[in-house]
Design a protein around this ligand. Structure first.
Ligand code: HEM
Length: 530
């Protein structure tokens, strides 16, 4: 018997859905598809079939002969990308961004195989704080009181963020970007960003280009790989990609070589790149791989972190009573002369829930990062062919009304409804960090285990960075909407956002007002003592 067809819109002859999938806000298109072809609105036959098979809204598209499946239900993603991760942890080979721009060295684009295992193990080793348990982000654990990790750096850099916001509040978007970039830069290379800002500008350039270059549909050669057979003079894009590679490889290599030189001096250096050099032989990674692994932290960790903080700011403008409630909680423990720190994580459950709600309400990677299957598989009666691109559509999962009622409303309370059942980690209870089989870091032998397949390896670091930034901004500022000449509130529109793999709000108007002169004085004193 033939297996049932996965529902989806009718394809065009030859090109399938290639020109139907928009490259702008693709997740919104996936949302429409999941509503149209999901359980509720599809034909009676399929409803019966779906109910029988207990499947969620899975939608299939075809891009020039290749299958693409959009998952909108976390249980499907957890089954396929988690429990069956041995088959669904690859990436679709990208000619432009993978083969030519990254020379197959970039972790996020690597297919499943030895290189991926090596790089993920090295990355995992690299981002582990010294005291493993100190990364756990639960407010019910004592972990956050443990010393170690990156807390000192997060402490200093977030204080700098507050000062920058006091000094030039209208440049808040720039300050968020600078905050996440300088933190990841310092963690990775153990040094401050250059005063002239050249390294930051180059890294931001690389990032901006990459985000465009590896977005599905960005280059025709990735849809029709046969175009790679064209000679150079008919494929000018190839030289362009190779030029970009030389530029980024040169920068990554210079930065990691500088770390190596400083390791030999008396300066004593603790940073991601230094750990990689220490472990290079044991981890069996080449200097080029090492340079790219360190560079991956920057490319994967900056826009995502900055974007999440920007979404938080927008949420506070739109939901002032939520902001007040969080500030009331903070004020119970911290007066204007004490800046909140990590030791307060357990004391601020509302703020904890608020941070989780930011991850849910506005996921910075709304369409996830596509996985790819390595072999034919059958799931709930559906055949999924080898080489199928699997899109874990985080946006759809976070707007599933059954799991998150009133999903478009920003409401931290949803994470506080049943304190006994609710997950006690910033990285759980939502799907913002993607999917993959996950082994708790404490259960790992990090020298030998392939820690997890594909799920964001920077999740703990990111969650704690965002927690401290959000709690401190709430402690220091009122975040208020602007008003027009008639005094009407001008609310920003959450739909007015960037497109691409990482999504953040387009510039919007708001006022960041220090809560008192005493708060400002405390920030200044804090910086003086750093
Ligand atoms: C708000 C912050 C962040 C969010 C929401 C986020 C989210 C994600 C998502 C959804 C993925 C794709 C997982 C999948 O394939 O299913 C991912 C991958 C990745 N993330 Fe993050 N991330 C964040 C911050 C960071 C940070 C700070 C770092 C590094 C220090 C990082 C490093 C990476 C890397 C290297 C990958 C690629 C993993 C692979 O392909 O195997 N991320 N992230």
């Amino acid at each position: 018997t033939r297996s049932p067809q996965i529902p989806g819109p009718p394809p065009h002859p030859f090109v399938g859905h290639t020109f139907q999938v928009p490259i702008v806000k693709t997740w919104r298109y996936f949302e429409k598809l999941s509503l149209k072809y999901g359980v509720l609105r599809c034909s009676f036959m399929i409803v019966v079939c779906f109910n029988k098979l207990n499947a969620g809204p899975i939608v299939k598209l075809t891009l020039a002969g290749d299958d693409m499946i959009v998952l909108s239900n976390p249980s499907d993603a957890e089954e396929l990308l988690g429990r069956r991760s041995h088959n669904y942890s690859s990436r679709r080979p990208l000619v432009y961004a993978g083969k030519y721009l990254s020379k197959n060295l970039r972790l996020v684009l690597l297919p499943y195989g030895e290189a991926l295992k090596r790089q993920r193990a090295a990355f995992h080793q690299m981002v582990q704080p010294r005291g493993l348990r100190s990364v756990m982000t639960g407010y019910q654990t004592n972990s956050c009181q443990a010393v170690g990790g990156y807390e000192d750096m997060q402490d200093t850099v977030s204080l700098r963020l507050l000062m920058d916001l006091v000094t030039t509040p209208t440049d808040w978007s720039h300050h968020c970007a600078r905050f996440s970039a300088s933190l990841v830069f310092k963690l990775t290379y153990g040094q401050q960003l250059d005063d002239d800002g050249k390294d930051l500008a180059s890294l931001e350039d690389i990032l901006a280009t990459l985000m465009k270059d590896f977005y599905p549909g960005a280059h025709l050669v990735d849809t029709f790989p046969i175009l790679d057979r064209l000679p150079d003079f008919l494929a000018p894009w190839r030289a362009g990609a190779q030029r970009k590679h030389l530029m980024e490889a040169g920068l990554y290599t210079r930065l990691t070589s500088e770390v190596r030189t400083r390791m030999g001096s008396d300066l004593g250096l603790e940073c991601f790149a230094a750990r990689l050099w220490d472990q290079q032989e044991k981890m069996n990674i080449t200097p080029e791989e090492l340079a790219y692994i360190a560079g991956s932290a920057f490319t994967a960790g900056t826009d995502t972190t900055a974007g999440t903080i920007e979404w938080f700011l927008m949420a506070m403008v739109l939901y002032p009573s939520t902001m007040l409630k969080a500030q009331e909680e903070i004020d119970l423990f911290f007066s204007s002369d004490t800046i909140p720190g990590y030791s307060a994580m357990n004391d601020l459950p509302y703020c904890f829930a608020l941070v989780k709600e930011v991850f849910r309400w506005a996921p910075v990677a709304p369409a996830g990062i596509p996985h790819c299957s390595d072999a034919d598989d059958v799931y709930n009666g559906f055949t999924i062919r080898k080489g199928t691109m699997i899109i874990p559509c985080i946006w759809n999962m976070h707007h599933n009304e059954a799991e998150f009622p009133n999903s478009y409303t920003f409401d931290p309370e949803r994470f506080l409804k049943s304190p006994n059942d609710s997950p006690n980690s910033l990285t759980e209870g939502h799907y913002g960090f993607g999917f993959g089989r996950w082994v708790s870091p404490s259960a790992l032998n990090i020298a030998t285990d392939f820690p997890c397949r594909r799920k964001c390896p920077g999740q703990y670091l990111a969650a704690k960075t965002i927690w401290i930034a959000i709690v401190r901004v709430l402690w220091a500022f009122n975040i208020e909407p602007c008003r027009d000449a008639s005094g009407n509130v001008m609310n920003p529109d959450p739909d007015d956002c960037t497109s691409g793999t990482a999504c953040k709000p387009n510039h919007f108007l708001m006022n960041l007002v220090p809560r008192s002169a005493a708060h400002v004085k405390t920030i200044m004193l804090g910086l003086e003592h750093m």
